[in-house]
Design a protein around this ligand. Sequence first.
Ligand code: TYD
Length: 206
Amino acid sequence: MARGKFITLEGIDGAGKTTHLGWLRERLEQKVGPTGHAVVMTREPGGTPLGEALRHILLHEAMDLETEALLMFAARREHLAQVIEPALVRGDWVLSDRFTDATFAYQGGGRGLPRDKLEALERWVQGGFQPDLTVLFDVPPETASARRGAAREPDRFESESDAFFTRTRAEYLRRAEEAPYRFAIVDSTQSIEEIRRQLDGIVAAL
Ligand code: TYD
């Protein structure tokens, strides 16, 4: 039986990821449904009971930067073991709101944790495993912060400065340059309709 595909969505806070999530899921279901398989929707940090507990701590409690990176990868290990790997083996597709690229972007680019430490954790936790497709919603930090606006009480990441998100965005783009075969970069300053048209093309090519 064919393995399912693993698709991740990335971007800085306010890039518009959430706007497109539900729509993209439906598109994927239309594609995968006829084969008898499901689209499993999940997120990071989170995706398992332990991961969701860690998410709450990570988003709201101050901690040492290395602790933060280790907890992101601990939640990820559990997520891979409990949710992602079993689904892909069943032939289901998995759509995850964030994955490892976010740790490189936020803890590496944004907070400045040395990349070699993150690469070591990446190898430990996932070996050579990578998403089949990563859609990166790319937007200038100023646009993103205007969109985040006063929508709600910001968490530990959403309250970061434009300078932080400039570094985060740069690391996302560097990761994309390093692995162009799995990245699709979407210019998230475009209209929702234009972005959907682009996403349609990306899904069709899968
Ligand atoms: P996010 O995915 O934006 O969810 P919501 O739309 O509900 O706010 O929130 C998750 C936050 O966690 C986001 O600010 C990025 C951060 N994050 C990291 O810093 N490192 C990681 O490895 C992951 C997965 C997320």
